[in-house]
Design a protein around this ligand. Structure first.
Ligand code: CA
Length: 333
């Protein structure tokens, strides 16, 4: 069923329009309150529609800043097509810099395509799926590591069985032009916006642009440059970006290293480092038991360290690092 989310602006108005997607949220502090999610639409000459989202996780800041800048700065007259920007998709989570929503604890990247009669977070997903996604030819959903993870700034994609969509997705990933790109060749996770966009047949990519709950000049430059290049790839601008060398890194479940228990994780590697199967990923210290030697944790597979956990304190099951295995466009097709 359709949910209560509504747009307060028309999406075909020429030029630049700042508006919002709104849904009711009645709570103790506001009987007739709303969740207000900023939406910016920029219409140029006739052409394709690109939907760009960030802030699906509220503690991932690179995309939120890069897309807000883009929304203000891009000249409508320079566009051949329509750009729809949602810089903080889970607005309540973004407002407090948390991964999940303070409204209902919802993780917006686990509830797509959403549910019209669901929780507020599921209603946000349903609103984006119903009101914005059908208009899009291209989708980019910008993520980062958030407060608990740090990534080498990279683009990210998952590949579906459809061969033509696989090829176009890889082309989009390479066009984004980040030095590295993570590719999930056999995706299992569902509930992400990326999965919903691909199910709808869109050419859709994501990113993992740094993280650690902070911003750096480098991660923001990868974000800004990448979105400009993706606009050109989609045909919305006439910019002809220089081809960039992009290292494709295939990511599989065996590449994830998890903590076996509670303790302080001492990493043995740095982001970008190349490791072999059996190499030491780090040591887990039990500070309450200094008489016990720390536990050695090893990589199961070879690869490049793409991601690390930020807080040293870990619990059983926490991902402390993950790898990607260098691959090629041909091998991934
Ligand atoms: Ca994320």
């Amino acid at each position: 069923m359709s949910g209560p989310a509504e747009l307060d602006i028309p999406l075909d108005r020429p030029g630049r329009t700042f508006g919002a997607m709104r849904l009711p949220w009645s709570h103790d502090e506001s009987a007739y309150g709303q969740i207000v999610i900023p939406v910016i639409v920029i219409n140029g000459a006739p052409g394709p529609t690109l939907l760009a989202t960030a802030g699906v996780h509220g503690d991932e800041y690179e995309g939120q800043v890069a897309l807000s800048d883009l929304a203000r700065d891009i000249e409508p007259s320079s566009l051949r097509g329509r750009l729809i920007i949602v810089p903080a998709a889970n607005a309540p989570a973004a407002a407090i810099g948390r991964r999940t929503s303070p409204v209902d604890g919802g993780n917006l990247a686990r509830v797509f395509p959403g549910k019209g009669d669901g929780t507020p977070t599921a209603q946000i997903a349903e609103g984006i799926t119903r009101l914005l996604l059908p208009l899009a030819d291209f989708v980019i959903d910008m993520h980062s590591g958030g407060r608990t993870l740090e990534y080498m700034p990279c683009a990210w994609a998952r590949l579906l069985a459809d061969k033509d969509l696989r090829a176009r997705t890889l082309d989009a990933l390479i066009a984004f032009g980040a030095p590295d790109a993570g590719v999930v060749a056999k995706p299992q996770a569902i509930g992400t916006f990326l999965a919903a966009a691909q199910s709808a047949g869109k050419v859709a990519i994501s990113t993992e642009l740094g993280g650690a709950g902070t911003l750096t000049p480098y991660s923001l430059s990868v974000a800004r440059d990448g979105i400009a290049r993706f606009l050109a790839f989609a045909g919305l601008t006439v910019l002809k970006p220089l081809a960039k060398q992009v290292r494709l890194l295939a990511v599989e479940p065996r590449h994830f290293v998890r903590s076996p228990g509670r303790g302080l994780f001492e990493p043995a590697t740095s982001l970008g480092q190349s490791v072999a199967a059996g190499d030491i990923a780090g040591r887990l210290h039990d500070i309450e038991r200094p008489d016990r030697a720390p536990e050695t944790i090893r990589f199961e597979a070879p690869g490049i360290v793409m991601c690390r956990r930020v807080p040293a304190r870990t619990e059983a099951g926490d991902v402390v690092a993950h790898l990607g295995q260098p691959s090629t466009r041909e091998a991934l097709l």
